[in-house]
Design a protein around this ligand. Sequence first.
Ligand SMILES: *Cc1c(COP(=O)(O)O)cnc(C)c1O
Length: 304
Amino acid sequence: MIAVPDLKKIKVDIDKIENDLTREKKISVSMLRLDKIHPVISGNKYFKLYYFLEKAKSAHKKIITFGGAYSNHLAAAASACKALGIDCIGIVRGGESKNLSHTLLLCKENDMQLEFISKEDYTKKDSELFKKQLIEKYGEHILIPEGGFSKAGVKGAALIANFYRKKDYTHVCCAAGTATTLAGLIKSSLSSQTIIGFSALKKIDDFEQRIQFLLNNSLYKNYCLNTDYHFGGYAKKTDELIIFMNKFYHEFAIPLDFVYTAKMMFGIFELIKKNYFSAGSKILCIHTGGLQGNLSSPTKTFNF
Ligand SMILES: *Cc1c(COP(=O)(O)O)cnc(C)c1O
């Protein structure tokens, strides 16, 4: 078992991504390698969990959280709780199948107790009744919303900005699911910077309301959500995306995940081609990790 990263001590690499395209367009592209901070508790998930974990540790409480069978969030929560000696329960969307996904097996290995509920019940998971039933069944606990979607999650995600010099970048880009990480980056940005979220879903329902909730009805205007590079929707992939990922690894030796970071990088390169960024732009891409998700693809899909 590998200890959780100590955010006060670790250094995170920033890799340069340079090729003919970036040189021709005079754009600087760099990548903050949050994927390297831990094999499972990697990327943005650890940041979103950070304050929940602190609270669970100091209050000696267990954690309950939610996710699907391939959830990076569940995998990270299980692994972090194990390392910190916190009991945790994962409520999984959809009935239990005979063969557990590699993600859920990993959760189990880390002693996460799994409870499977139907897709229909899962839609009710944020209701007061459901929460009451969780207390009756599991006792006092700390509840982490699916994907860490919460203000505490934003506060944790805002810590990501401690790992780069803000004034070095005109744009900061991240992949977006619940948009919690994006909100954390917006919160910690300079007003002169533009923060771009690349949606991993066809569309993020109520995106603006989400941001307003997460950021307490703030007046930030320096952000946008790009929904052009979802490749058919959440967790969908095409041959074009796979070829891009393999080429990206070949060129830069950086592995991407097909659900989030590959779609963001594909989108950034396309936008550079289309002159979306003016010459001289300095783009920081956040590698939010999630590489365990690639294991759901057949073995020879990726060359890394
Ligand atoms: C979960 C995840 C995201 C999405 O983060 P949100 O805060 O939910 O928008 C992005 N990248 C990776 C690799 C993830 O696992």
